[in-house]
Ligand binder design. Structure first.
Ligand code: NAD
Length: 319
């Protein structure tokens, strides 16, 4: 099998590659050509989470698993809180074909999913981007969002305001005016990306104007929550996968509160394949509940392996 270490990924997979790979696999899921297996997620104590996301993509010929999790003490050790590795297998024989560093790929595939939702569901005339969260993933989210709409400014809130400097630097690189604001100012945003590890809602219904698109990307586990369930109650809700959305995604809370049903949630892939029209009017609130599916990980890891193989990079080992 081929080992593609983390340090090679940046030279192998671009944000544009991740966008194309995730679009393709969301469409394959919508057509029934690819499916995710049940997520395993375990709390290890002290805020540490560990688990497995896996799936089979018949169309793309991928079978595999991402093993990893969230280790909040890592930042103090100088490494990122998310740690993960993707393992790919030959779907015909079950033989392992690759082991791929999953850190940057996770950030790229998560930002790609959010950007695909913005591309397909936000109003074309969206001008103000609101960011809620400023951790490791937030910069990737900001860059990806800026690729799909012509924003003319960014407003941002974070529970820990000192972390906003990093986002401000990225906005400056992108040539976008940046302002740290209170949550009540999010009502000015046309697109809001939430990317926090919060256990309770920060963004409330009164912070969201009609016509807004929200990409809620931080809630990927039972017990996390970023937004008021009332927002999901009145929004058109989309997701990567409905089964994950109602159990580990942002929708878990709105479903528990009786404000939303699984049947009312649309896979984003259905918009990509034309089975669902997406936004109906300029005043709809659209919300993408991005829970992160194993097939996204396999899609970007497979791309890294293809590129590494073409370029003679990585290390072949016998297993
Ligand atoms: P990080 O630890 O680098 O940053 C955490 C962020 O959450 C910071 O902005 C912090 O200020 C904020 N925060 C912490 N506690 C909070 C609270 N109580 N209320 C409000 N905000 C709070 O983490 P990261 O790597 O940027 O990841 C952010 C979240 O995204 C995590 O929950 C992670 O599990 C999730 N995630 C989801 C996907 C997906 O596919 N959906 C992929 C990767 C990460």
């Amino acid at each position: 099998m081929l080992i593609v270490p983390e340090k090679l990924i940046a030279g192998l997979v671009s944000p544009e590659d991740a966008f194309a790979a995730v679009e393709a696999v969301f469409a394959a899921m919508s057509r029934g050509d690819a499916y995710n297996f049940a997520v395993v997620r375990e709390a290890l104590g002290e805020g540490r989470q560990y688990g497995f996301k896996s799936g089979l993509d018949r169309a793309g010929g991928q079978l595999g698993v991402k093993a990893g999790g969230y280790f909040p003490g890592n930042a103090a050790r100088g490494i990122i809180n998310h740690q993960s590795t993707v393992f790919l297998f030959d779907p015909e024989t079950g033989r392992p074909t690759a082991m791929v560093g999953g850190g940057l790929l996770t950030a790229l595939r998560t930002a790609a999913a959010s950007a695909i939702s913005i591309d397909r569901l936000a109003r074309r005339d969206a001008r103000v981007l609101g960011m809620v969260g400023a951790g490791h993933q937030a910069g990737f989210q900001l860059r990806a969002a800026a690729r799909v709409r012509q924003f003319d400014r960014v407003i941002a809130w974070n529970l820990h305001p000192d972390m906003l400097d990093g986002l401000a630097r990225i906005a400056a690189e992108l040539g976008l005016p940046f302002e740290a604001v209170g949550l009540e100012r999010m009502v000015e945003a046309d697109v809001i990306v939430t990317i926090t590890s919060s256990p309770a809602a920060s963004l409330m219904a009164e912070h969201v104007a009609p016509g807004t698109h929200l990409a809620c990307m931080g809630t990927d586990t039972k017990g996390k929550q970023e937004v008021d369930p009332a927002i999901l109650g009145r929004a058109m809700v989309f997701t990567d996968e409905v089964a994950q959305s109602v159990t580990i995604g942002e929708a878990q809370h709105a479903v528990a509160a009786g404000l939303l049903t699984a049947e009312a949630i649309t896979p984003l892939g259905d918009v990509l394949t034309g089975q669902h029209p997406g936004r109906r009017s300029a005043s709809d609130i659209t919300l993408f509940d991005g829970t992160g599916v194993g097939l996204q990980d396999l899609a970007v890891a497979a791309m890294a392996v293809r590129r590494a193989t073409e370029r003679g990079q990585g290390t072949q080992v016998e297993v």
